[in-house]
Design a protein around this ligand. Structure first.
Ligand code: 13P
Ligand code: 13P
Ligand code: MG
Ligand code: MG
Length: 368
């Protein structure tokens, strides 16, 4: 059986009218670059956007973290940044935080989700892309899809799925090297929940089937402010999920997105927002949000991709989107107050810290 690598590498390299969407010319530049320069290196590719982020999906036989694949995408983003600058786009090169490529785009700004797979006779998988949020946004949907029979009927109906899954969770506050823990579902679901509730710190990096040992999920974990030391935009994540057979069905993976959980992001990356499931190539609007997630389904054979199926483009999700809009309104009614805005610990890389420093000088200790 052929071994194939699926790689998503994603970056915000500039946007029309603020943080709304990339220009058509920018998308074409990235797409043409990958097609021309990737010849002989990659098997197939798909390029799309969600909000102001451009994602490059490639299939190849080079394995994860391959310098040639990463350089191809990095250089495509550099070529795009030139166009973004020439068009006067906002935030040109926003996520390219390091000036020289050093073998792997991880830790350089772009988000990365990659998986090497032993190809099955049929290989369905999903490509998730989110904007105006952070990698922890996938924590709850993943927890529910892989541990809860309220969303995953396979946990009751399929013996292979019932064997459970291994979660690999990263502590993204530890920036020197990767710090991870492996936890097993179902035995350790309360421990998994105890970590995943803290979306700013603990993030699902990958999930494996316990029946076959195969990888099901690969999600991106980069925190941009940990690289830049200041706020440069949210860490809008990407994720790959394989589906069916020993893995949850596509609909089981999608099911938790009906909850539209509150996630961090939205305006200036500093607010809470319901996570709204959207159609492919959706742009951003109200209050630089709300936080959005798209999901494209593919099948592949020896690396050749089918066209994408847009999973959130269905009347059911119109209803969910309407509900998410209502929730968004409820939350926005209280503006900066309380739970609407993120806690100070999440704002520590923004300009509000200057204000607090100035105010601190004016505080006085009242003598009794
Ligand atoms: P500016 O202060 O550059 O307008 O940026 C605000 C913003 O959109 C944060 O990314
Ligand atoms: P992005 O992270 O999507 O660039 O958004 C930044 C922002 O500050 C929006 O208000
Ligand atoms: Mg942006
Ligand atoms: Mg973005």
């Amino acid at each position: 059986m052929a071994k194939i690598t699926l790689s998503i590498i994603k970056a915000d390299i500039g946007s029309i009218g603020g943080h709304i969407k990339p220009s058509q010319k920018l998308l074409e530049t990235v797409s043409n670059y990958i097609k021309e320069k990737g010849r002989g290196l990659i098997i197939d590719s798909y390029i799309g956007h969600t909000g102001d982020d451009i994602a490059i999906l490639t299939t190849h036989k080079k394995g994860p973290s391959n310098p040639k694949i990463h350089k191809l995408c990095w250089d495509a983003f550099l070529a795009g940044t030139k166009i973004a600058k020439s068009q006067g786009l906002y935030g040109a090169g926003q996520d390219l935080l390091v000036s020289a490529f050093s073998g792997n785009v991880k830790g350089m700004g772009p988000q990365v989700a990659e998986m090497e797979i032993e190809e099955r006779p049929a290989e369905p998988f999903l490509m998730f892309m989110a904007d105006k949020t952070e990698p922890g946004a996938f924590n709850l949907p993943l927890y529910l899809a892989f541990t809860d029979p309220m969303h995953n009927a396979g946990l009751i109906l399929s013996p292979k799925v019932k064997e459970g899954f291994k979660f690999v969770i990263m502590d993204v506050s530890y920036t020197k090297v990767d710090k991870i823990i492996e936890l097993k579902a179902p035995e350790e679901i309360y421990d998994i929940a105890a970590l995943l509730r803290d979306t700013g710190r603990f993030v699902v990096e990958s999930i494996f089937s316990r029946a076959s040992g195969e990888q099901v999920v690969s999600a991106s974990t980069t925190r941009l402010h940990n690289i830049a030391g200041k706020y440069v935009g949210k860490d809008d994540p990407v994720m790959l999920v394989r589906t069916q057979k020993d893995f949850p069905a596509t609909g089981e993976i999608l099911s938790p997105y009906t909850i539209t959980p509150l996630v961090a992001g939205f305006m200036r990356g500093s607010h809470n927002s319901p996570l709204m499931p959207v159609k492919k190539n959706t742009s951003i609007s109200f209050f630089d949000g709300p936080a959005i997630v798209s999901c494209l389904a593919f099948c592949e054979k020896e690396g050749k991709l089918t066209e994408s199926a847009d999973t959130f483009d269905h009347p059911y999700w119109d209803y969910v989107r309407e509900q998410a809009a209502q929730e968004t309104q409820e939350l926005r009614r209280q503006g900066f107050f309380g739970a609407a805005m993120l806690p100070m610990s999440e704002l520590e890389y923004t300009g509000v810290m200057e204000t607090l420093k100035e105010l601190e000088k004016r505080f006085k200790i009242r003598e009794k």
